[in-house]
Design a protein around this ligand. Sequence first.
Ligand code: NAP
Length: 336
Amino acid sequence: MESVIVTRHGDPDCMELQELPTPSPGTGEICIRVSKAGINFADILARMGLYPGAPNPPFTPGMEVSGTVHEVGPDVDDFEVGDRVVGSGGSGGYSTHTISKAATVFKIPDDVTFDLAAAFPAVYLTSYLMVIHPGDLQPGESILIHGAAGGVGLAATELAKIAGAKNIFGTCSPNKHAFISDNGVLPIDRDNFLAEIMDWTKGKGVDLVLDPIGGEHLMQSYRCLGSGGRVCSFGISDMAPTKRKSQWARFKSWLTFPKFDPLKMMASNRGVFGIHLGRWKNLDHLEKAKNDLLKWIEEGKINPHIDKVFSKEQVSEAHHYIQDRKNIGKVLIDFD
Ligand SMILES: NC(=O)c1ccc[n+]([C@@H]2O[C@H](COP(=O)([O-])OP(=O)(O)OC[C@H]3O[C@@H](n4cnc5c(N)ncnc54)[C@H](OP(=O)(O)O)[C@@H]3O)[C@@H](O)[C@H]2O)c1
C-alpha cells in the first residue's frame, strides 16, 4: 500500500508518500481500501506536534476516510468485502489502505459519492454537538461562527439554519466575506468582532458563539454573549499561527486562555462548554446525530461543500493550502 508519513514534526514539507506492507485487520477491525481522505485541522496540528494524544513521527495522519471494505477481521459480522463505507477516528487515513474499528465505520448509500462521504463525519458531527445538542440553538436565537468559511464553519452554518437561527454572524479571512454573505451569514471583521457584534445587536449580544481559536480570543467570544448565552470552545488555532510549532506561540496562547469565574457566569447568566468529537463518550447520542444528519442530507437540507481534491502526491500542497487560509469548505486527498 501507499501511505503518507509524517517523518518529523514540522511544516507541511515534512510529509512523504511511502510504500508499506498492507496491514491486516485484527479482531473487531476492518481494512478499508481508501478512495478519499478528508483533511481536518487536527491533522495539521498533529503534523506540527500540537495535537494532544497524536502519535509521534513516523506516523500517518488522517481521521476520516471513505472507500470500500478490503478485508474484514474476526468477530465483525455487519460488513462484507466491497461494502461502501466511511471510517473515522484515530489516525492512519492518509493511505490507500487503513484499519478502522468496525464500531466507527458505517455504510453509505449507493447514491452518496466517496467525495461527499469523506467530507461529512468530523465537521458535521462536531457541528451537531455545538449547534443542536448540547449547544441547543433555539429558533429565533443568534449565533456567531468563527471560521465561518471553513469545513466546520460551513457545516455549522447549515445546522444553525435548520435550528431556526434568526441571525448568523461569521468571521473569516476578508477575501471570503462575499462567499459567507451569499451563504446567509453576516460577515464580521474578525479584528474587531466584539465591538461589531455589540453594534449589530444593539448591545444585547448573541446566544451562541463557536470558538475554534482559543487563547484571549475565547474571552472576547465570551464577552459577545447576551443573557442566557453560551460559548463553545472547540479548537486551539491560536497555538498554530505559523506552519511550524512555536513553543513561544503555544505558551503565549496557553497563558492567555481565560480562567472563567463561575460566580461571574452565574451573575450574568452566561455559560462556557467544550466539544471534542474524538473524546465524545455517549455513542447513542452520536448515533442519533448521524441518523439526523443522513436524513438532512437525503432531504437536501445539508450539502457538504468540497473546495478542492488533491492527489496523494500533493498532500504537502494541501496542508500549505489550508494553512495559507485559502480553503472555503472541505479539502480532500484522492487515494483512488
Ligand atoms: N473539537 C473538535 O472535536 C473539533 C473537530 C473538528 C474541527 N475542530 C476545530 O475546528 C477548526 C476548523 O477545523 P476545520 O477542519 O474545519 O478547518 P478549516 O476551517 O476548514 O480550515 C482552516 C481554516 O481555519 C482558519 N484559521 C483560523 N486560524 C488559523 C490558523 N492559525 N492557521 C490556519 N488557519 C486558520 C482559516 O480560515 P479563515 O482565515 O478564513 O478563518 C483556514 O482556512 C479547527 O480549529 C479545528 O481544530 C475541532
